[in-house]
Design a binder for this molecule. Structure first.
Ligand SMILES: Nc1ncnc2c1ncn2[C@@H]1O[C@H](COP(=O)(O)OP(=O)(O)OP(=O)(O)O)[C@@H](O)[C@H]1O
Length: 261
């Protein structure tokens, strides 16, 4: 079975230890959500899983091979990565930007295969942008642009999909649409890892939550075991209530706790 593992992964950024001996084992068929306070190391971890950040120690292993040593083309076909708050610099039509997700398959936007054309159309449709295909990608709102970039990652159809805050810029309806798409990808057999700050949404959609704090995995497991009121206090510094609502958790942040300094 496909498996993505971090083995005793440590990363230094400047003088800081951003990740400290992380051990993780991720399986396909699941939506894993990474949560944690600002600066916890979430983006650094996702970049390492994508083979884009260099560990000081340890390794990321995909199906037995070190991701850092995979050929770039093979890695790009295996792992699609959506960076946080990405921009679009060129006034290309939306469909061409999404088609860039086919480059790892050797397909250029103006010479897509039949499968490539289908993947692009499906990706656009799945994020609600089917009417935007010919619009210049630079002439979109922030949330629309975020969905274009997610569609590009989806169009790759990689077995591993790593997305950094995919719903942060989206309105409530599109947050649900996008999380449904990610969940469906996972249920169809992909390994999907998303960073999120909204704990109620994370609890509702995640199969597994990874709680990061100061570069370490503080907790790992199903939402109800990870997101406890005690942890929300100790890790996020909030007075929080965790309520059960329609089979999921509702995390109500009542207020910040006094800074422990
Ligand atoms: N280039 C850099 N040089 C030095 N320190 C860095 C650099 N980039 C990030 N850091 C630090 O590394 C730590 C982890 O950063 P990272 O971006 O992984 O956090 P995060 O959990 O994704 O945060 P956020 O929720 O704010 O996006 C932070 O303390 C950050 O200040």
């Amino acid at each position: 079975m496909m498996r993505l593992e971090a083995r005793s992964l440590s990363v230094d950024l400047g003088a800081r230890r951003a990740l400290d001996r992380i051990d993780l084992s991720l399986e396909p068929g699941r939506l894993t959500v990474i949560v944690g306070p600002n600066g916890a190391g979430k983006t650094t971890l996702l970049r390492c899983l994508a083979g884009l950040a260099k560990p000081a120690r340890g390794d990321v292993i995909l199906n037995g091979a070190a991701v850092a040593r995979m050929r770039a083309s093979e890695r790009a076909r295996s792992i699609a990565y959506l960076p946080q708050g990405g921009g679009v610099a060129w006034p290309l039509p939306v469909a061409s930007v999404v088609a860039l997700g086919r480059l790892p398959h050797g397909e250029k936007p103006d010479s897509l295969s039949e499968a490539g054309r289908k993947a692009v159309a499906t990706a656009l449709q799945s994020v609600g942008l089917q009417g935007f295909a010919q619009r210049p990608a630079t002439a979109l709102s922030g949330g629309e642009r975020a969905r274009v970039l997610l569609a590009r990652a989806l169009a790759t159809q990689a077995p591993v999909l790593l997305v950094d805050e995919p719903v942060a810029a989206l309105d409530p309806r599109h947050q649900l649409v996008v999380l449904d798409v990610l969940k469906q990808r996972a249920q169809a057999g992909a390994m999907v890892v998303a960073i999120m700050h909204d704990l109620t949404l994370a609890a509702r959609f995640a199969d597994i939550i990874v709680l990061l704090h100061q570069g370490k995995v503080e907790a790992f497991g199903p939402p109800e075991t990870v997101l406890t009121e005690a942890r929300l206090g100790a890790i996020f510094g909030i007075r929080a209530r965790v309520l059960r609502q329609a089979g999921s958790l509702l995390v109500v942040a009542e207020g910040p706790l006094p800074d422990a300094g």
